[in-house]
Design a protein around this ligand. Structure first.
Ligand code: ADP
Ligand code: MG
Length: 697
């Protein structure tokens, strides 16, 4: 047999008509090899296999049509356009061109026969096609144009490469493909049971690039065709392997070994007004052992809101500092960072540990001082927001990085912070989250990083009683707030908005605060939202904490971390606009003391079926894990993990929500490959290509 060149290292220029210039454009799509072309899969299909009679056209569908132009004119409406009336023996339709040249105008005249492809929409004259693709039919020769034999693929494209060009190039790539020049990397691996036995990579690719006439278009459009699923499995496996690989690489790097120093830790514990729960002790011990190793820890601590993650983080910080290392603690909001700052000062300053503070809102002078103290090592722990990893922030000897509420950060942001450590040394990483990560997702996003669960709440907490009340009964709810405040209990009133705009959110909170102030004379009302200056925010929060404010009106800025045990009533306006995990976080602000707590979900009618289902979950459970699983089911991974995180990963064909059922089998397939680094790398190259560097743990 003649030596075959494998397509995974055949450059795209091997294809006829692909010179350096086209190759450069293909590179922009991440396509370097013929294999890359073959795995550049269509994201949808068009049906050009049959003509639709004009009388049978329906709104919003892609159609192939044929007819004769009966009239053609330039219309001066809101926008000047060339309008052609096309007719066949069943009906008529309008073609509309907003951009057209003189030649085009002369060509598209009455009597011309056209074949067009485009999407029907509602236009000024009824059903119209805007800028359809078209071919003029030569009536003189009466040549019939052939119909496509297969569904037409639509590819992710880029500027300078038209669909038609891409189709040609990929057709040629398919012609180069035979049974021996592209490895089926799934051979001999355990696969999900329902996968087709007779799967051949070559046939799969041929089918998905050029589906036959009778292909189930709906199934293909949904990505649920067995052959698509087979490829999705391969892609998810490749991502998982890539994460495992970078994880293993991380583990092989050096980190400072930070052995336990019991005297400092005991001093911290003795000063606490409470004893650790069993779960806190267990997790603290796991972390203590990890960071005593000379390799970087990467540990996720999951614990429901109020489970007491902060003090566990403080113990780890003390252990690192006792070994002469610096610690950075990053929180997603200023409010939360400030709360940590206050807690840590209270806990650590008695141990002679200097606590630094770095956020975006520091005054120039203060900022300079903090930067200096961080760079020269006087600051032993630095607490802050995103400001911690910006340019110009230098650490003296960063040994431990703690990220609170990790779902608010992207992987790249975490990476930017750990990159601040000394050269040749990785810091240990402790990642904390109150949004439980369903197991399947943890696997694909974190490659099963070490994880600890604080599965026990401190004693004396009372479960929150949640009720759903419709907006029409708002007056009763306001009365309830009044009664609570008169009993010296404190309450939150949370305003939500659909719009992402922080501006609008703040305005909504302002007007709610005003409305409540009018309705509740004699009750002291405070307001926090994202647009307040950090100083003003802190002032309001302090007053609320001290009990000088009875009712705190807030946007969802208070979602994470805020800790005021005397607050026992929370009203959430329009809860139907929020995800379950977010609602759970918000609700976690109450029920922190011994008072019986109530959460009122003040919803607007009518509620969609979906919203009803979601709010019912809130009423029925306070278990963060159940809530996260439900949220995943109802809204998908982007919402559960935060779009930031999922945005870091781009799939060609897989979809985490749709294909979640495949994840279970990925682990065993990955285990099978353990001793085969070449096959692992081949899978990673095929699916991640040059993006491998972005798959970071
Ligand atoms: P989260 O896990 O939501 O970050 P925190 O660390 O903010 O929770 O703790 C919530 C509250 O519980 C804080 O006021 C904290 O001081 C308190 N706390 C933490 N651990 C215990 C404990 N073992 N016993 C009693 N209270 C505790
Ligand atoms: Mg917390």
């Amino acid at each position: 047999m003649p030596a075959q060149q494998h397509l995974d290292n055949t450059p795209v220029t091997a294809i006829k008509g692909v010179g350096p210039q086209v190759a450069q454009k293909l590179e922009r799509l991440g396509l370097f090899t013929v294999q890359d072309l073959l795995f550049h899969l269509p994201y949808r299909y068009q049906d050009r296999t049959r003509l639709t009679p004009l009388g049978a056209l329906q709104l919003h569908s892609d159609v192939l049509i044929e007819g004769e132009i009966r009239a053609s004119q330039i219309v001066f409406g809101r926008r000047r356009s060339l309008v052609c009336r096309l007719q066949d023996n069943t009906g008529t339709v309008t073609l509309r061109f907003f951009h057209f040249g003189a030649a085009q105008k002369n060509q598209l005249v009455a009597g011309t026969r056209l074949r067009c492809f485009g999407e029907t929409r509602r236009g000024a004259s009824g059903l119209e096609l805007y800028h359809p693709e078209y071919t003029v039919i030569d009536t003189a020769t009466d040549n019939k144009l052939a119909l496509e034999a297969n569904l037409t693929p639509v590819y992710p494209a880029t500027e300078g490469i038209q669909q038609q060009r891409l189709r040609n190039i990929i057709t040629q790539a398919l012609n180069l493909l035979n049974d021996n020049n592209l490895s089926d990397l799934l051979r001999n691996l355990p696969l999900p049971q329902h996968f087709p036995e007779s799967f051949k990579l070559r046939e799969t690719l041929a089918y998905l690039h050029r589906p036959p006439l009778n292909a189930p278009l709906h199934q293909l459009a949904a990505g649920e065709h067995p052959l698509q699923q087979r490829l999705a499995f391969e892609e998810l496996l490749a991502h998982h392997l890539s994460l495992l690989k970078s994880r293993q690489q991380l583990k092989q790097q050096n980190a400072p070994a930070l052995p336990l120093n019991s005297s400092k830790q005991n001093a911290l514990l003795e000063n606490l007004p409470f004893a650790l729960t069993g779960a806190q002790q267990r997790v603290a011990a796991e972390i203590a052992e990890d960071i005593a190793q000379p390799h970087p820890m990467l540990r996720l601590v999951q614990g429901d809101v109020g489970s007491g993650k902060t003090v566990v983080a403080a113990l780890a910080a003390v252990q690192a500092i006792a070994n002469g290392k610096q610690v950075a603690l990053m929180a997603p909001t200023e409010i939360l960072a400030e709360q940590h700052y206050n807690n840590f000062r209270q806990w650590l300053e008695p141990l002679d540990i200097q606590v630094g503070w770095l956020t975006g809102s520091l005054k120039v002078k203060e900022r300079r001082e903090q930067l200096q103290a961080t760079a020269d090592g006087r600051n032993q722990i630095i607490i802050g927001t995103h400001a911690l990893f910006q340019d110009g922030v230098d650490y003296c000897d960063l040994g431990l990085v703690i990220i609170d509420e990790q779902h608010r950060f992207g992987v790249q942001q975490r990476y930017a912070l750990t990159a601040k450590a000394q050269q040749n040394q990785q810091p240990h990483q402790l990642i904390m989250t109150a949004t439980p990560i369903p197991r399947t997702l943890a696997m694909s996003f974190y490659a099963d990083l070490d994880s600890s669960v604080i599965d026990e709440l401190p004693p004396g907490r009372t479960p929150v009683n949640t009720v759903l009340i419709e907006n029409g009964r708002r007056d009763q709810v306001i009365e309830r707030v009044r009664a609570a405040c008169l009993e010296r209990k404190q309450a939150y009133w949370v305003c939500t908005l659909i719009e992402e705009s922080e501006e609008l959110q703040c305005e909504a909170a302002e007007s709610s605060a005003q409305m409540l102030a009018e309705a509740l004379p004699g009750i002291s009302i405070g307001l926090v939202h994202g647009r307040l200056k950090a100083k003003d925010k802190a002032m309001v929060m302090d007053a609320f904490k001290a009990g000088n404010i009875d009712l705190l009106v807030a946007t969802t800025v208070i979602e994470v971390g805020v800790d005021v045990p005397n607050a026992s009533l929370m009203i959430i306006e329009n809860p139907e606009r929020l995800g379950l995990s977010q609602l759970h976080q918000l609700r976690g602000r109450i029920g922190r003391g011994s008072l019986e707590s109530h959460c009122v979900l003040l919803y607007s009618t009518p509620l969609s079926k979906d919203s009803k289902e979601r709010l019912a979950v809130m009423r029925e459970t306070s278990d963060g894990f159940i809530i996260a699983e439900k949220d995943l089911q109802l809204r998908g991974p982007g919402e559960v993990l935060g779009t930031r995180q999922t945005g870091d990963i781009q799939f060609h064909i897989a979809d985490l929500q749709r294909d979640a059922h495949l994840l279970n089998d990925i682990k065993s397939a990955a285990a099978h490959l353990q001793q085969q680094p070449q096959q692992i790398q081949a899978l990673i190259d095929r699916w991640l290509g040059i993006n491998e560097q972005y798959a970071k743990v």
